[in-house]
Design a protein. Structure first.
Length: 173
């Protein structure tokens, strides 16, 4: 945990001037490309490639990912909305997928990890998702829970390492 705080502090100090007072600066350690291997025993061969990058001059963060071999993917846009949390502000996001469903949610940093809660539109059995991205010695680990038929169930998970040479792409792009 101490190394994460040190990394975050260093990243903010090294960030461009616009990022130093930016509530989205907490995303700085995630910037770049990452390759994830599944932590789900039911899908041990699954792999995910994701990329975080600044967009709109630092006003938003874009997170794009695809599952190998490119059969599914999505793009999330994170934005700080000053009207969230009774006017105190908060991070909101929208996630669009190649599978035709989309989500809308809020995200926050808690206990050194990114927590995200979203409402799902376009899937018959999953109505909400709670996701977590936590730092590890090698990179990041993600996990998710799905609300299906009124019950929270374990979802997918990945363990990520930095992979600057990898690309996130979709069939027709």
């Amino acid at each position: 945990m101490r190394w994460m705080i040190s990394l975050l502090f260093t990243a903010i100090l090294a960030a461009p001037a616009w990022a130093q007072n930016n509530p989205l600066a907490v995303f700085e350690p995630l910037m770049g490309t990452w390759v994830g291997t599944s932590t789900d025993p039911d899908h041990p061969d699954a792999a995910d490639i994701m990329r975080f990058e600044w967009i709109l001059g630092g006003a938003a963060v874009q997170h794009t990912h695809h599952l190998e071999p490119g059969t599914y993917g999505g793009r999330t846009i994170y934005f700080f909305d000053g009207n969230e949390n009774d006017g105190q502000g908060g991070i909101i996001y929208h996630y669009f997928t190649t599978a035709g469903f989309h989500t809308e949610g809020t995200a926050w940093w808690e206990d050194g990890r990114l927590v995200a809660h979203e409402f799902v539109t376009g899937l018959p059995d999953i109505t909400e998702v709670q996701g977590y991205v936590s730092p590890t010695d090698a990179g990041w680990e993600s996990s998710a829970e799905y609300l299906t038929d009124g019950t929270w169930v374990a979802g997918h998970g990945f363990s990520y390492v930095a992979a600057a040479d990898e690309e996130v792409s979709f069939g027709g792009e």
